[in-house]
Design a protein around this ligand. Structure first.
Ligand code: FE2
Length: 376
């Protein structure tokens, strides 16, 4: 690689405590933000790595087996136009494609003088001149490429090359294990969602009840300005709030007459059963306790733990109202649907007995402003 009259930078201070700090940030993010989508974690990881390495721009491309291409899944420091383009590249194409094909890390000191590099327009536009391209590869398979760009031509020292190799190996294993967890998590959720659909098919609720309760709970949470994380939890897992009912005999769930004491005791077990069903993924998810606590009541007469007022988690308080409201305005085996006015009165009458005051207030506002019309 010939470099003529161009200023070459070769300094990169890698502070050990900064490295540990960044790795800790990434693993904390991964443990806190378990979701059905891995992209936010890749975005976060990329941003942390680019800043750690004093670089300017970074991309993560993952190999898509059906498209047979490397797709851009995370990009940091690039322009909006570039992010929008989301262009994919072939294996073997340009430096990233070459690195994916060979499975070997590649250092390009000066992109303008590099014969493999095929996107000089991109480097001009994004004002980048050198690149470290790291294969994302585990013992079993190659699955992507991480590119780290610097604004100026740069001579990489042996120490830096070694560091990037170790970093690449760490990130490969980290991303691969996280991706596996997300996939398992997705599979688990889809199985659980199928169980919910079967439950609804069995007639214990009208079709779509669980989905509607989830959507109403999202509207309430948004209105209450809950954090994005909490809203995401509702969005990902809200449909499972009654998953514990899958083991209950449909003749009890659908009984048009008054339940016997024994039958009622069986019904009351569904929040705990739900937690058992969800337990394989519970350790990854914060705030999933709404499944256990969505039948608690502010007056302490709920179940299973007879929690009171603010000891009931906020998501559980929201689900309690959303679930009851959705059930009120639908036909049930033992009664016809209530009118909207009757449902509103029922909610108000049970404030601080069965329902949280703030949540009911928000629901009444949502009804009056027409924001729940699609569910009524
Ligand atoms: Fe329930």
């Amino acid at each position: 690689m010939v470099l003529k009259n161009r200023k070459i930078e070769n300094k990169l201070v890698i502070n050990p405590s900064k490295i540990l700090f960044v790795l800790n940030n990434i693993s904390e993010y991964a443990s806190k933000k378990m979701r059905s989508d891995i992209i936010p974690l890749l975005d976060f990881t990329l941003k942390e790595i680019i800043n750690l390495m004093n670089a300017k721009v970074g991309n993560i491309r993952l190999y898509n087996t059906s498209a047979k291409k490397l797709l851009l899944v995370a990009s940091y420091g690039t322009s909006k136009e570039y992010k929008k383009m989301k262009f994919s590249i072939e294996t073997g194409e340009s430096i990233a494609g070459h690195v994916f094909k060979t499975g070997k890390i590649y250092f390009a000191q000066d992109l303008k003088a590099n014969h493999l590099y095929a996107f000089s327009e991109f480097s001009l536009k994004e004002k980048i001149n050198s690149l470290v391209c790291i294969p994302l590869v585990t013992k079993d398979k190659k699955f992507g490429v991480l590119s780290i760009y610097y604004p100026k031509p740069k001579k990489f020292t042996n120490e830096e090359m070694e560091f990037f190799s170790i970093l690449g190996s760490f990130l490969s294993n980290f991303i691969a294990s996280q991706t596996m967890q997300y996939r398992l998590h997705k599979i688990y959720i889809s199985i659980a969602t199928t169980l919910i659909n079967i439950l609804e098919e069995k007639g214990s609720y009208h079709r779509g009840h669980s989905e509607k309760v989830k959507e109403i709970a999202i509207k309430i949470a948004e209105k209450m300005k809950l954090s994005r994380d909490k809203i995401q939890i509702i969005s990902d897992f809200g449909i499972l709030h009654d998953i514990g009912k899958v083991g209950i005999d449909p003749s009890i769930l659908n009984k048009p007459d008054k339940l016997t004491r024994e039958e009622w005791e069986i019904i009351k077990k569904h929040p705990i059963n739900g937690m058992h069903i969800i337990s394989p993924i519970e350790e990854y998810i914060k705030d999933i306790s709404f499944i256990k606590s969505h039948h608690e009541q502010p007056n302490g007469n709920g179940y299973p733990e007879r929690l009171k007022d603010s000891r009931i988690p906020i998501l559980a308080r929201i689900f309690s109202v959303a679930d009851a409201f959705e059930a009120m305005i639908a036909d049930r085996p033992y009664r016809k649907a209530l009118s909207l006015e009757q449902a509103k009165n029922e909610l108000v009458e049970n404030i601080e007995k069965q329902f949280d005051r703030k949540v009911v207030k928000v629901v009444l506002n949502l009804i009056d402003s027409g924001e729940l019309n699609e569910f009524i």
